[in-house]
Design a protein around this ligand. Structure first.
Ligand SMILES: C[S@@+](CC[C@H](N)C(=O)[O-])C[C@H]1O[C@@H](n2cnc3c(N)ncnc32)[C@H](O)[C@@H]1O
Length: 281
């Protein structure tokens, strides 16, 4: 059973489902998340969250906020010089997100000009993921237009695809890579929390880079990963296992330093890493 208890945390939903009549346990809230730019060219995303049955795809997690703000800050704000006609490194890129949850990180990548963003999660999470993509499309496209990266389409599916991808599932991966073999970026936030699924997660990464995806120039995609350290044994074991498995499959972890991170969105217990595949393709 995949739930918040597996992470050993409560995300602070504020009330217990025990006090609610069963039929009204699902509440959907839109949470506005603003990305502010020195030039005043801000982006405001509204992410629907479902205060529901304690599944981890229901809310935006802190590691997701940190990774999104790292992308925002590092890619387009750190020198404050993004002009109207300048493009971010995501412009024209193809991006795959694993364990997207509500989709904040992938949607931001789309706003920053990615040509294609494939957001993935367990099957039950995909409908909400699609809703969030659709809800933000107008704002995303407006931002893309302001950077001369417009998709030229009124349809979010010209850029975004929300699909099932259960880590370790060979059929899901095959379906995904048959249609998409080039990605410049793979993004993942708060995906390392359980030893069992960590094995599947690393298997998916390994399968992606060894048997399938590469950048359009034939190199290995840049993998960016944010993880939260939690004071629970399961989390510590997952993280240790994650590092060991990555090393055994020839991935190197390179920590993103605090001075590359958004000053207001960093904390000692959330680390962002670039994961580099050193096995060659
Ligand atoms: C802690 S949440 C993080 C969500 C989002 N990335 C964020 O930071 O807000 C973990 C995500 O991984 C997904 N997940 C868990 N196990 C999975 C599996 N075996 N395969 C694919 N996704 C999985 C969950 O559905 C959930 O959306």
């Amino acid at each position: 059973m995949e739930d918040m208890a597996r992470l050993g945390v409560s995300p602070g939903l504020g009330w217990s489902s025990a006090h609610l009549p069963l039929k009204i346990q699902i509440q959907i809230h839109g949470r506005e998340i603003a990305f502010e730019h020195l030039s005043g060219k801000d982006l405001r995303l509204t992410i629907l969250e479902r205060y529901t049955n304690c599944r981890t795809d229901a809310v935006v997690w802190d590691a997701g906020l940190v990774l999104a703000n790292y992308l925002w800050y590092n890619i387009c704000e750190c020198d404050g010089t993004l002009g109207d006609s300048e493009k971010t490194p995501f412009a024209g890129a193809r991006v795959l997100e694993l364990g997207s949850g509500t989709g904040l990180v992938g949607i931001l990548a789309g706003a920053l000009g990615a040509k294609k963003v494939v957001l993935t999660d367990l099957p039950h999470a995909v409908p909400m993921l699609r809703k969030n993509v659709e809800k933000n499309w107008e704002e995303v496209e407006k931002y893309r237009r302001s950077m001369n990266c417009s998709s030229g389409s009124s349809d979010f599916s010209s850029v975004f695809h929300a699909v099932d991808l259960t880590w370790g599932d060979a059929d899901d991966l095959k379906k995904l890579t048959l249609e998409n073999c080039n990605f410049e970026y793979i993004l993942m936030a708060d995906c390392v929390f359980d030893p069992e699924v960590t094995v599947s997660l690393v298997k998916t990464l390994q399968d992606l880079v060894q048997n399938g995806v590469s950048t359009s120039k034939g190199g290995c995609p840049t993998i960016l990963c944010a993880n939260e350290k939690r004071e629970c044994d399961k989390n510590a074991r997952s993280e240790k296992l994650f590092r060991e498995l990555l090393a055994s499959h020839r991935f190197a972890l390179e920590r993103v330093e605090n001075d590359e991170m958004h000053p207001e969105f960093q904390s000692d217990d959330i680390e962002v890493h670039r994961i580099l595949y050193q096995g060659g393709l």
